[in-house]
Design a protein around this ligand. Structure first.
Ligand code: SOE
Length: 387
């Protein structure tokens, strides 16, 4: 049996860098069952992809993903490119027998997401979607406490995903404002994460109803984009924003719990403010991503007089993933969530088991997104399973 896994990565910008960093760290901090080889990185701009290959540590580069997925020396294709190319690459890679990891949201819409799922299942390759926040140790601990019944029956899930990086009306029309490339705006980009966390921690959605808004309807045409920053020339012509700047929605889960969700790029002062609180019959849990090494836990079973939210520093060797890193109290950050998710994917491939979260989870998330969009269009509650 092969003891290596040769990876081909599509994308060299924000996510491409996050994934490259994760592949480099994997072997250093974890003991993956397969040795990960960073075979090739792919991107359209030859100069840029060549530089990225050297800087991030890839053995080679390609400027055509069609070529990358056909290479005999590639076992797994990792898609960290904008959402409009996910489907084509994932299906082609699966047809070539490659395992596929794909960034969120899985596709531009539910129909495409389902086609992607069908392709990976038909070709019997492993598949995983990049819901990286599941892999924060504190989120994994929250899941463990919920599964152990520590907070009892869940009544409420309350989640926010707040950013402010596009608030300036002069911020250019980057691809994330284009429905044809991004699928949707705040809902698909930010909402997808909290929808996934809700499914992970609480359960399946029953019905949803939402509202949304595009506050700035036209923006200057972009000249250059890197990471989340971009420039446009002074006086540049303007183009239309075709996605939501903010989406808020209410939900009822199949287990009877109620949820409220807010995904916005117009929350001034909030940079990556993802947070949630869960209230159950025996206690509550609270998490804020920008303090990702902490989890707040309230137990109504604590003795009278000492009850109160307690702060757990999720850095002890007993905590999920923590022992792979540093001694207790030596905190970890955003990039570590990518190491954890890719480690799990490598293990799923090595041990021939289903990865988690996989394309099924991607489809379920797209189903909720589309149900929210439909509820907004029709101004009424939508049963998620009707889609
Ligand atoms: C930009 O809004 C972004 O990078 C998202 O695309 C990511 O999924 C999220 O984790 C951080 O913000």
């Amino acid at each position: 049996m092969k003891d290596t896994l040769n990876v081909g990565l599509v994308g060299y910008k924000f996510m491409g860098k996050a994934h490259s960093n994760a592949f480099r760290k994997l072997g250093m901090f974890f003991n993956p069952s397969l040795k990960v080889v960073m075979k090739a990185i792919c991107g359209r701009d030859e100069e840029w992809v060549k530089q990225s290959a050297e800087k991030f540590g890839w053995e080679s580069y390609e400027t055509s993903w069609e070529k990358l997925v056909k290479r005999d020396d590639i076992d797994m294709v990792d898609i960290a490119a904008p959402s409009n190319v996910h489907k084509e690459i994932a299906i082609a890679a699966a047809e070539e027998g490659k395992h596929v990891f794909c960034e969120k949201p899985l596709a531009l819409n539910l129909k495409d997401a389902r086609e992607m799922l069908e392709a990976v299942e038909k070709n019997k390759v492993k598949h995983q979607i990049g819901f990286n926040y599941r892999f924060a140790p504190a989120v994994q601990l929250a899941k463990k406490l919920i599964d152990e019944g520590k907070i009892g029956k869940i009544y409420h899930f309350r989640a926010l995903y707040l950013q402010d990086w596009v608030m300036d009306p002069e911020f250019p029309l980057v691809w994330r404002f284009d429905k044809k490339i991004a699928g949707s705006g705040a809902l698909g980009d930010l909402g997808a994460h909290i929808i996934d966390l809700a499914r992970f921690l609480v359960g399946e959605f029953d019905r949803v109803i939402g509202i949304n808004k595009t506050f700035i309807k036209e923006r200057p045409i972009v000249e250059r984009m890197e990471g989340l920053s971009a420039d446009a020339q002074a006086g540049a012509p303007r183009g239309e924003v075709t996605v939501d700047d903010a989406t808020l929605f209410l939900a009822e889960f199949k287990n009877g719990a109620l949820g409220s969700f807010e995904a916005t790029r117009f929350a001034n002062g909030h940079k990556n403010g993802m947070s949630f609180e869960i209230n159950g019959s025996k206690g509550s849990l609270r998490f804020e991503f920008e303090r990702m090494n902490e989890l707040w836990y309230y137990s109504s079973e604590d003795s009278e007089g000492v009850q109160g939210f307690r702060l757990i520093q999720v850095t002890e060797p007993v905590h999920p993933y923590a022992s792979a890193w540093w001694p207790a109290g030596h905190v970890i950050g955003y990039e570590h969530t990518f190491v954890h998710e890719l480690y799990e994917f490598v293990e799923a491939i090595a041990h021939d088991r289903n990865a988690c979260p996989d394309f099924n989870d991607g489809v379920k998330c797209s189903q909720v997104i589309e149900a929210v969009e439909l509820s907004i269009a029709e101004g009424q509650w939508i049963e998620v399973d009707s889609l």
